[in-house]
Ligand binder design. Structure first.
Ligand code: MN
Length: 716
């Protein structure tokens, strides 16, 4: 078992003057918490947090991070409480430990291949401190190194998870050394036969390979030294899993592998990189088409290097990678190397993966602050949630349970009546967060509500909701149409028969009028306001009976005026729309619609008192907008307070006409004891027109106040 003192020394080496006290306390805490626990290997459990801390220290991470390594299993596997950890180690340590606990609660066992990427993104998105991921990777690395002590089923499950989630994650963060080790370890447990076979074949070539490495290292070392360039050279045989993948992917044999052997030349500057490449190409034979300038065009994860393949003395090809010390560290340690280099000079990767990181490097001046402020937000557009069975669903940010429900199945969406997130009932407007486990509650016969359009963000959900609403509206329009027709019907000589008995004639008339030849279509045409109920009934009445109808002039019903084409209901066509008389909104007024029971949509000004009082049913509110119609005018009522003087009314009507307002009514009342009132009804084009008009009325001497008042209670 590694000694704590060794870890402390490593931390001190990389962070001179760091506070080692927190480390020591974490060690003692962990030792007490895990006391008596034993690993599958038979070792005391404490060996695991110690090893994890040691790995983190070797990555040169800060003391906080190493302390978390010591504490990482304390919350989950011991009696330690979050409160204790916070009190002893502060909120930052607790935050990271809790992040780790959160990750470990996600079950990856049901991960399908195609979901792996979502899970990896989820991990990155779920944590807001990159140290969580780093500790998790160190934890996983040590568990993989000691996997042989577990039973086969566990080994395979953990290895699969490592191969699908953690190794690619390390790769994404540019930590290729960790990625490589994780892959080789997982490979061993997932494909033991292939692993054994390949190990044998590689071992057989090992001696030759080592000889080539030794000879070529010597040759290259001399070449570079002669040119006066300082360099460090090391050689290696390609690692197993990487060989395995290449052989399978390219369907080739081990002999055909160009990079079975690779030498690495590490120099001091980019200029030296290219100089060395030139020297090598001059002295040794390069293989055409194998030269890669990954300095000019780095890999997406930030990897930079020059690659070339040369032919050795016995005709054995080998790869040479040329890079600077900085490139080398970043190639091996990825994100773990970045903040270290901030102290020297900013990393200059010109790629997308590290764009967010680069942004942070630029934003954060003090490298010590970087770790704590490093918020992972690699996928700001997406949110990852789970079904209760653990399947992941990727949704856009801002998505709600409604979107989730429709993402599962349109029937689930349609029948959705509620949702539980993490076991708790939440409002359907709740924005989902990464890692939420969402359960949709459904009820048979339930239908989408219009309100859902305010919460749903996915186009899938929105289009289904609109479709359903549309169907419901047609039904509503049919019901409304029937009521309107029946009202006229009862007043007409036709009333001896029922509507149904006259269906053939109604359908014939519908066809003639071009609104459709089905009874239902005629009803909905009336409901949508395309056809007037009174004239329909009139047309159905035989001419000889028409005169006997009640002759009182038919006034349009107040609440059911003809459809107002100047207003459109968002997302819906052909709904009966009318402007509410209480506020009589005009073009330019902010408006809102309200679905009345059976009478279409009444449109109010947003500030109409009725909006606040009568429109209590939020579900029935619907967004509406103006459809500017040239030449259209709107009646407005103005109540003008005046100090009586001769010619005032005339001055007022002149002012209004001068501004292009059309006066429909003007009535003046004067009193002895108080200011007089002039009541005007004026037709205006829009709100701006009204404002201009009001201004010029206000300018008239004798006018005290001008107020827009409700047309509804205007004297008739
Ligand atoms: Mn652990």
């Amino acid at each position: 078992m590694i000694r704590f003192e060794e870890i402390a020394e490593t931390v001190q080496l990389h962070h001179p003057g760091a506070d080692l006290d927190v480390l020591r306390r974490a060690y003692v805490f962990s030792a007490v918490a895990h006391k008596g626990q034993v690993r599958a290997s038979g070792e005391p459990y404490l060996s695991h947090p110690l090893e994890v801390a040691s790995i983190l220290a070797s990555w040169r991470l800060d003391p906080i991070c190493v302390a978390v390594g010591l504490l990482h299993d304390a919350l989950e596997d011991t009696l330690a409480t979050p409160k204790e950890i916070e009190e002893k180690f502060g909120p930052v340590v607790l935050h990271i430990v809790e992040g780790l606990t959160k990750i470990s609660q996600i079950s990856f066992s049901s991960v399908e291949e195609r979901q792996a990427e979502s899970f990896r993104k989820l991990l990155l998105a779920m944590v807001d401190d990159v140290r969580v991921i780093l500790v998790k990777l160190a934890d996983r690395l040590h568990n993989m190194r000691t996997l042989e002590h577990l039973g086969e089923e566990k080994r395979v499950r953990i290895s699969q998870e490592t191969m699908e989630i953690y190794a690619p994650l390390a790769g994404r963060l540019g930590m290729s050394r960790i990625k490589n080790e994780l892959e080789d370890l997982a490979f061993q447990h997932l494909e033991p036969e292939a692993y054994k076979d390949l190990t044998k074949r590689v071992a057989a070539r090992r001696k030759d390979a080592d000889a080539v490495i030794a000879r070529m290292t010597g040759v290259i070392k001399d070449l570079i030294a002669e040119a006066g360039i300082a360099a460090r050279i090391d050689g290696r045989v390609k690692r197993l899993y990487s060989i395995h993948q290449k052989l399978i992917r390219q369907k080739i044999d081990l002999d055909e592998l160009y990079d079975f052997i690779a030498l690495r030349v590490i120099v001091n500057s980019v200029a030296d990189c290219y100089a060395v490449l030139g020297l090598l190409h001059h002295a040794l034979k390069p293989v055409p088409g194998r030269i890669k300038d990954l300095i000019a065009i780095p890999r997406p994860n930030g990897y930079r290097s020059l690659h070339t393949t040369l032919v050795g003395d016995h005709g054995t090809p080998f790869e040479v990678q040329i890079r600077t010390e900085e490139m080398h560290r970043i190639a091996e340690e990825g994100i773990a190397a970045h903040w270290k280099y901030k102290e020297g000079q900013p990393a200059s990767q010109d790629d997308e993966t590290f764009a967010w990181l680069r942004q942070l490097l630029e934003d954060v001046q003090d490298p010590k602050e970087l770790m704590s402020s490093l918020k992972i937000d690699l996928y700001p557009e997406e949110v990852y949630c789970f079904t209760p069975k653990g399947a992941v669903r990727t949704l856009p940010r801002g998505a709600t349970p409604i979107d989730f429900a429709f993402a599962i199945h349109s029937e689930v969406g349609r029948r959705c009546v509620g949702a539980r997130v993490g076991g708790r009932i939440v409002p359907l407007r709740t924005k989902l967060k990464n890692g939420d486990i969402v359960e949709i509650l459904t009820a048979p016969g339930h239908h989408p509500s219009r309100d859902w359009l305010n919460y749903a963000v996915t186009s899938r959900a929105r289009s289904r909701i609109k479709h359903d609403l549309h169907l419901a509206e047609r039904q509503q329009a049919r019901d409304l149409g029937r009521r309107l027709i029946e009202r006229e019907w009862k007043k007409s000589p036709l009333r001896a028969k029922t509507l149904e008995e006259e269906t053939p004639r109604i359908e014939a008339l519908g066809k003639e009028l071009g609104v459709g030849s089905r009874f239902d279509e005629v009803l909905s045409s009336v409901g949508f306001g395309r056809l007037d109920a009174a004239s329909l009934v009139e047309k159905l009445t035989p001419p000889e009976l028409r005169g006997k109808t009640q002759t009182a002039p038919v006034k349009p019903n107040r609440s059911v005026t003809p459809n107002d084409a100047r207003i459109s209901v968002q997302g819906v066509d052909h709904l009966l729309v009318y402007r509410a008389r209480c506020c009589s909104p005009i073009l330019g007024d902010p408006i809102i619609g309200y679905i009345t029971r059976g009478q279409g949509v009444s449109v109010h000004a947003v500030n109409c008192p009725n909006v606040k009082n009568a429109m209590v049913d939020a579900q029935r509110r619907v967004p509406v907008s103006w459809e500017p119609t040239p030449g259209e005018t709107y009646p407005v009522r103005l109540s003008v307070e005046v100090h009586d003087r001769p010619g005032l009314l005339a001055a007022m009507t002149t002012a209004v006409s001068d501004k292009g307002g059309d006066i429909r009514r003007a009535e003046a009342r004067t009193y002895d004891d108080r200011p007089g009132m002039v009541d005007l009804v004026v037709r205006v084009r829009d709100l701006d027109h009204l404002k201009a008009l009001v201004r010029s009325v206000k300018d008239i001497s004798g006018v005290a106040r001008v107020e827009r008042t409700s047309l509804a209670d205007a004297p008739q």
